[in-house]
Design a protein around this ligand. Structure first.
Ligand SMILES: [Zn+2]
Length: 252
């Protein structure tokens, strides 16, 4: 599969998750898998992969709008809700409109630790400390990201209740790791290739000798696998910190 198609798949996967979270959050991962199976079936029938993805997305978008109108719309304002949702849910996933990419998650001020754990598990998460609620809702609405928040009143705002913004209220758990485990279970997140924990960028393998000058002398003899964050440029290696985090993630 070409990397261009890969990026389409991941943009659509994010968009599928965002759509499903608005109306069928309990079957999130299963729902994503069913949609992907439908795409594969269409490709098997001879459809071009981009056309198959777009067709399945459009159908899921229509079903989401219909379902939300049934769930939330009082008859008197059902039509307004339909218009609002049609304007809010893009006909093409935002991740395809902006190649720089929309992240998978936006984490509010209470969830900085969550953003780091999500990145270690392979998801692109943006941390928003000190941002106003309105801006956070607005920026999430215009992306394919899911908003994670510990702020109850924020999730009772109309944009969230009506399904315009996909958001999940995270309980104030005993620890950051437990909070991450709760989200990973709730959204049935599967582990992916680790991302940079500082910024969420993808990690690209680099030959050991090409970065020799940057490797601490005590690390060089025992570690052979090095990675460069494509976003912030940081050099990382599978050190004890990384291995400990992988151990935690395996136990999630
Ligand atoms: Zn980085």
């Amino acid at each position: 599969m070409s990397s261009r198609l890969d990026s389409h798949w991941s943009a659509y996967e994010r968009a599928f998750r965002g759509l499903l979270l608005r109306s069928r959050p309990r079957r999130l991962q299963r729902g994503v898998e069913l949609l992907q199976a439908r795409v594969v079936r269409l490709i098997g029938e001879g459809r071009a992969s981009n056309d198959a993805l777009a067709e399945v997305y459009q159908r899921c978008r229509r079903q989401t709008i219909n379902r939300l109108c049934r769930l939330r719309g009082r008859p008197r304002r059902a039509e307004q809700l339909r218009l609002l949702l049609e304007a809010s849910l893009p006909e093409v996933p935002y991740g395809l409109l902006e190649p720089a990419g929309s992240p998978d998650f936006h984490c509010d001020a209470g969830l900085g630790g969550m953003a780091r754990w999500l990145r270690a598990a392979g998801y692109d998460a943006r941390f928003w400390p000190g941002v106003a609620d309105d801006e956070l809702l607005d920026v999430t609405q215009h992306s394919d990201a899911i908003l994670l928040t510990t702020d109850g009143p924020l999730t009772r705002r109309a944009a969230v209740v009506w399904g315009v913004v996909p958001a999940l209220l995270v309980p104030l758990g005993p620890g950051k790791r437990e909070q991450f485990q709760w989200v990973a279970r709730r959204l049935q997140l599967r582990r992916q290739a680790a991302r940079c924990m500082d910024c969420g960028g993808c990690l690209l393998p680099v030959p050991k000798e090409s970065v020799r000058d940057e490797i601490p002398p005590r690390t060089y003899p025992w570690c052979d696998d090095y990675f460069r964050c494509e976003r912030c440029g940081k050099l990382l290696w599978r050190g004890t910190h990384w291995q400990r985090i992988e151990g935690y993630l395996l136990g999630q």
